[in-house]
Design a binder for this molecule. Structure first.
Ligand code: HEC
Ligand code: HEC
Length: 219
């Protein structure tokens, strides 16, 4: 079902915004590849990547996302090992109020692009760790087969570690995976990348639960 009205307009705006961001990052990556076209000057946001994330800010994030980036809090996602571009894009969307997260309301107000790059770098470097919940072999195998048939790995990578603006699914909290997949399926994933629109259409709660179980068990 196509989106209509103001919601559709907002989605288009976000899609445009993300495409622009992705192109900017792709451009900066290309500029650093030796042997390609004339080196363009690196964008300011990339040039500012050097400073480490402020420990006080990281401690604030740790309250909900875990001291080592692996969350112990229900429905609060782990950030450890997430791709840098995904983290940068998402933090900018949250700061600008485009992806609204009530628990993070106002938390990124006035945080500079340079600090966002540093935060993204910090969490990207942390090692993702599965929750350690007991494995249900039946659900694991069903989840693996469904995700494989649905070609989720073409974007999230075959090991589901994520890449660029595609988040890591491997070792993510199972409850958070269920919640976010249902939101995408039910068109309630407000302020999120339109690439996931339609991907989960027609999937049952059971399919989603099995895939979440599978991804959560992966390293
Ligand atoms: C009070 C709890 C809380 C604090 C503090 C907090 N967050 Fe969050 N954060 C959440 C919750 C809950 C979500 C999931 C929202 C949703 O999708 O429903 C989230 C989502 C995110 C996401 C999106 C992750 C994904 O996989 O989609 C990022 C990135 C993030 N937070 C970064 C941060 C950073 C960086 C800080 C510190 C500056 C921080 N958060 C502080 C609760 C918190
Ligand atoms: C065309 C590329 C593409 C395909 C195919 C795809 N995804 Fe995604 N997925 C994305 C992008 C991009 C995001 C980031 C959305 C955002 O944060 O705005 C995402 C986000 C997600 C998230 C949210 C994770 C988080 O940390 O917030 C889940 C869960 C997810 N995808 C599961 C799946 C599953 C399951 C499949 C297969 C049925 C799939 N995806 C197929 C591109 C894709």
């Amino acid at each position: 079902m196509p989106a209509r009205g103001p919601q559709a307009t907002a989605r288009k705006a976000v899609a445009f915004f993300l495409t622009t961001l992705a192109l900017a990052f792709a451009g900066s990556a290309q500029a650093q590849t030796p042997g390609t076209a004339p080196a363009a000057p690196a964008p300011a946001v990339a040039a500012a990547a050097a400073p480490a994330a402020a420990p006080a800010r990281v401690a604030l994030c740790a309250a909900c996302h875990g001291a080592d980036g692996n969350s112990a809090l229900a429905n609060s996602p782990s950030l450890a090992g997430q791709p840098k571009v995904f983290l940068e894009n998402t933090l900018i969307l949250i700061r600008e109020g485009l992806r609204q997260i009530p628990a993070m309301q106002g938390l990124l107000n006035g945080v500079s692009d340079a600090e966002i790059v540093a935060l993204a770098d910090h969490f990207n470097r942390q090692a993702a760790r599965p929750q350690g919940t007991a494995r249900d072999d039946g659900a694991f195998k069903r989840g693996e087969a469904i995700a494989s048939r649905a070609l989720c790995g073409t974007c999230h990578l075959p090991n589901y570690a994520g890449q660029q603006q595609m988040p890591r699914l491997a070792a993510q909290r199972e409850d958070y995976l269920v919640q976010s997949m249902r939101e995408f399926r039910d068109n309630k994933a407000q302020g999120r990348d339109t690439m996931m629109n339609g991907v989960l259409r027609g999937f049952s709660d059971r399919d989603i639960a099995d895939m979440a179980h599978y991804f959560a068990q992966l390293r």
